[in-house]
Design a protein around this ligand. Structure first.
Ligand code: UD1
Ligand code: CA
Length: 456
C-alpha cells in the first residue's frame, strides 16, 4: 500500500473575520475549525500530519502540540503553493500527500477516502463541487473531452470562465515525488501575486501526470469559512444534523432548531429535550430522561428517569436514577447525586456526594461535602467550606435533618440521625441521634411602634 501524508493549510489571517484570533481557531460547535479538520485527518491514519501556521501561530501551536501534529511555519503568506512547500520536509518520505484547508471544517471521512481512491498514487486528485453561486472560488476548467486542464482563480478568470459552476474545493491529493520536484516551477505572476497550489493542475497536464476528480454532491462538505456569516451558517447546518441524529435515535426535541450540541451526546430511549438546551463535552442521558428548557449540560452522566427542570446547569457531575434537579439548580464539578436525590431551586453544589434519596430543596450551597442517605437539608443551609485560605470537608451521616438557615462550618461532621435546629451555626460536630442547636433567646417588646413617614 502506498503511504499517505497530510498537510493542513492554516497560515492565513482570515481578514474578513475581523478578528484578533486566526480564522482557523474560531469555534464551530465548541471546537475550533482546525480541530475539526485535524480530527478528520487523523481518522485517515496518515504517516505524517503537519499544519502550516503563520498568522498568530502562537495561538495555533498549543492545539498542534495537544493533537500531536507537526507545525510547519510559513512566516509570510505567499500563497497556497508556497504554504505546501513549507511542509515539504514533513511529507517528502511518503508516496502521496493530501492537502486540506484549516478553514474547511465539515468534510466527511468517506469523501476524503473516495478522493484518495479515485486514482493511482501517482495521479493528481482534485475534490470539486458545483455551486449555483461560484463567486470567489477557483473554477475547474475542462476541455471538450471533459478532462480538467486547469484551475483558474476568480481574480484571474475571464467572463467565460466565470460562468463555470464547478469549483475547486482546495482539497487535493498529489504524488509527493512529482510535487516536490515541481513546486519550484510555480510562479506568482497572477492577479494576487501568490504562488497558487491550483497551478499544479496545469503543470500536471503539461507533464503528463494523470488528473482525477471527485465531485462532492454536498457543497457544505467543502464550504470554507471566510466570514462570520459563513461560520454561523455552517454552525446551523451542523446543529441541524446533530438534532436530526438525536431524533433518529428516538429522542423527542420540542424544537430541533433550538438545541446546541458542542461535543457528543449519547442517549437512551424516550428522552425529551425542551427548547434552548446546550450540551457541551461528553454527555450521556439515560432512558426517560427529561431536560427542561434553558439547561446547560456539560461533561455529565444522567441516569434513567431523572428530570432536570428549567434553567439548570450541570457541569462535570454524575447524576443517578430518578433524580430531580431544578428549576434553577447549579451542579458544579465533582457533584455526585445518588438515585432519588433531589436538588431544588437556587441550590449550588460542588465536590459533593449526595446520598440515596437525600434532598436539598431550596436556596443552599453544598460544597466539599459527603452526605449519606435520606438526609433533609432545610432551606438556606450553607456548608462553609472555605476559611479564606483552605477548603474543608463537611460530613453528614444518614437520616440527618438540618433545619433551615443553618451554617455548617467545615471541617465538621454531623453524625447519623442527628437533628440540627433551624438557624444553627454549627462549629462543633453534632452527635448521632441528638438535637443540636445554637440558641439566642427570643425577646418581645410590647406595643412596638413602627417608624412612620415624616410629613413633608
Ligand atoms: C483557495 C483556492 C481556490 C479554492 C478555494 C476554496 C488557491 C490559489 N485557491 O482560494 O481555488 O476554490 O481555496 O476554498 O489555492 N493559506 C496558507 N498560506 C497562504 C495562503 C493560504 O496557509 O500563503 C491557507 C489559508 O489559511 C486557508 C487556505 O490556505 O486555510 C486557503 O487560502 P485562502 O486564501 O482562503 O484561499 P482562497 O482564495 O479561498
Ligand atoms: Ca478560503
Amino acid at each position: 500500500m502506498s503511504s499517505l501524508s497530510i498537510v493542513i493549510l492554516a497560515a492565513g489571517k482570515g481578514s474578513r473575520m475581523k478578528s484578533a484570533k486566526p480564522k482557523v481557531m474560531h469555534p464551530l460547535a465548541g471546537k475550533s475549525l482546525l480541530e475539526h479538520v485535524i480530527t478528520t485527518a487523523k481518522n485517515l491514519k496518515p504517516t505524517s500530519l503537519s499544519v502550516v501556521c503563520g498568522h498568530a501561530a502562537e495561538q495555533v501551536l498549543p492545539l498542534l502540540a495537544r493533537e500531536g501534529a507537526t507545525a510547519a511555519m510559513q512566516h509570510e503568506q505567499l500563497g497556497t503553493g508556497h504554504a505546501v512547500k513549507m511542509a515539504l520536509a514533513d511529507f517528502e518520505a511518503s508516496d502521496q500527500v493530501l492537502v486540506l484547508y484549516g478553514d474547511v471544517p465539515l468534510t466527511q471521512l468517506s469523501t476524503l477516502e473516495a478522493l484518495i481512491n479515485s486514482g493511482a498514487s501517482d495521479s493528481l486528485r482534485v475534490l470539486t463541487t458545483t455551486l449555483d453561486d461560484p463567486t470567489g472560488y477557483g473554477r475547474i476548467v475542462r476541455n471538450d473531452a471533459g478532462d480538467i486542464i486547469c484551475i483558474t482563480e476568480q481574480k484571474d478568470a475571464d467572463d467565460e470562465t466565470l460562468t463555470i459552476n464547478e469549483v475547486n474545493s482546495g482539497i487535493m491529493v498529489l504524488p509527493t515525488k512529482w510535487l516536490s520536484q515541481s513546486l519550484n516551477k510555480l510562479s506568482n505572476d497572477n492577479a494576487q501575486g501568490e504562488y497558487y497550489l491550483t497551478d499544479m493542475v496545469a503543470l500536471a497536464v503539461a507533464e503528463g501526470v494523470t488528473i482525477n476528480s471527485v465531485c462532492c454532491d454536498d457543497s457544505v462538505e467543502v464550504a470554507g469559512v471566510n466570514t462570520r456569516q459563513q461560520l454561523a451558517a455552517l454552525e446551523r447546518y451542523y446543529q441541524t444534523q446533530q438534532a436530526n441524529n438525536l431524533m433518529a435515535n428516538g429522542v423527542t426535541l420540542i424544537d430541533p432548531s433550538r438545541i446546541d450540541i458542542r461535543g457528543r451526546v449519547t442517549t437512551g430511549e424516550d428522552i425529551t429535550i425542551d427548547i434552548n438546551v446546550i450540551f457541551e463535552g461528553v454527555v450521556s442521558l439515560g432512558n426517560n430522561v427529561q431536560v427542561g428548557p434553558n439547561c446547560i449540560l456539560k461533561d455529565c452522566v444522567i441516569g434513567d428517569n431523572s428530570i432536570i427542570l428549567a434553567n439548570s446547569m450541570i457541569d462535570s457531575s454524575t447524576v443517578g436514577e430518578a433524580v430531580n434537579i431544578g428549576p434553577f439548580a447549579r451542579l458544579r464539578p465533582g457533584t455526585q447525586l445518588a438515585d432519588k436525590a433531589k436538588i431544588g431551586n437556587f441550590v449550588e453544589t460542588k465536590n459533593a456526594n449526595i446520598g440515596l434519596g437525600s434532598k436539598v430543596n431550596h436556596l443552599s450551597y453544598i460544597g466539599d461535602t459527603d452526605m449519606g442517605r435520606n438526609v433533609n437539608i432545610g432551606a438556606g443551609t450553607i456548608t462553609c467550606n472555605y476559611d479564606g485560605a483552605n477548603k474543608h470537608r463537611t460530613t453528614i451521616g444518614d437520616n440527618v435533618f438540618i433545619g433551615s438557615d443553618s451554617q455548617l462550618i467545615a471541617p465538621i461532621t454531623v453524625e447519623d440521625g442527628a437533628t440540627i435546629g433551624a438557624g444553627t451555626t454549627l462549629r462543633k460536630d453534632a452527635i448521632a441521634d441528638g438535637l443540636t442547636l445554637t440558641m439566642s433567646s427570643q425577646k418581645t417588646v410590647k406595643n412596638w411602634k413602627r417608624p412612620t413617614k415624616k410629613a413633608k
